[in-house]
Design a protein around this ligand. Structure first.
Ligand code: ADP
Ligand code: MG
Length: 254
């Protein structure tokens, strides 16, 4: 048996890690050897121009899209191994996208409890008690029995976030969750993400809300044409970007 390495013992193990991920659609290389990792309780903001590959990266990490090369680890497990049961892995993750997140024919409560009941086989009574508590905490308790179309866009996204966290996922993947919202509804959704971050959630979020990323993220990753060209603390990436592509991008969006 090998001796315990004291260095290794204190290094936080990544919760989610991509290692040299490549992904093409046809002959278009969208991810070109992307390596990124996320530690427990970390919030990482993924920024970059439209078409730079942010959504594709999140979809690959969430096993919603197969990769061409590289590896993805969730904890110790290589989840990019084709023999892995994708449904079992996806049950350990929470994801929210830009729009169309809730099932329109189900009540808010049924949306929020669906995965707990069906995937995690939690008794309906327990799943509903937990969901009602979560919904009440974000001020949507009165909407539990309503269908999503009764809710504003901001309320729907908050319900979608609650649905994503209802199963206690190891990582939350958020893809531009405010970009389809009217400006006056953006704040309430970001406020919920801020709360989750403060409560210790592990979050990887693609966002174009630079002020929010600067404020809430522990680390910012700038993706440019399928490659990470710069990453670091928000203060350095936003305050003193090193790469010309980062500077150009930030000059355009901030
Ligand atoms: P971002 O989220 O940064 O805007 P995307 O990951 O959505 O970038 O897209 C990166 C590139 O991949 C774009 O050129 C887009 O057209 C292409 N792409 C994304 N998804 C698909 C797909 N399913 N089929 C073909 N091309 C795609
Ligand atoms: Mg996108």
């Amino acid at each position: 048996m090998s001796a315990v390495d004291p260095e290794a013992a204190v290094l936080p193990a990544p919760v989610l890690r991509a290692d040299g991920v490549w992904k093409a659609f046809g002959d278009r290389e969208v991810l070109r050897g992307v390596s990124v990792s996320l530690e427990r309780h970390q919030v990482v903001a993924l920024i970059g121009a439209s078409g730079s590959g942010k959504s594709t990266l999140l979809r690959c990490l969430g096993l919603l899209e197969p990769i061409d090369d590289g590896q993805i680890f969730l904890g110790d497990e290589d989840i990019s191994d084709p023999r892995v049961d994708g449904n079992r892995v996806r049950a350990r993750l929470g994801a929210v996208f830009q729009s169309y997140n809730l099932f329109p024919h189900l009540s808010v409560l049924d949306n929020v409890t669906l995965a707990s009941r069906v995937v995690h086989r939690m008794p309906r009574k327990d799943a509903e008690a937990r969901a009602l508590d979560l919904l009440a905490r974000i001020g949507l308790g009165d909407y539990a029995r309503a269908h999503p179309d009764r809710l504003s866009g901001g309320q729907q996204q908050r319900a979608a976030i609650v649905r994503a966290i209802a199963t206690d996922p190891e990582v939350l993947l958020l893809d531009e969750i405010t970009s389809a919202l009217d400006p006056e509804l953006v704040g309430e959704v970001l406020e919920l993400v801020r709360q989750l971050a403060a409560d210790g959630a592990t979050i990887l979020m693609a966002t174009h809300e630079m002020a929010f990323a600067r404020d809430v993220a522990d680390r910012v990753v700038f993706l440019d044409a399928g490659t990470i060209v710069e990453e670091g603390a928000p203060a350095s990436v936003f305050g003193a970007p090193q790469h010309p592509r980062t500077r150009e991008f930030l000059a355009r969006v901030t």
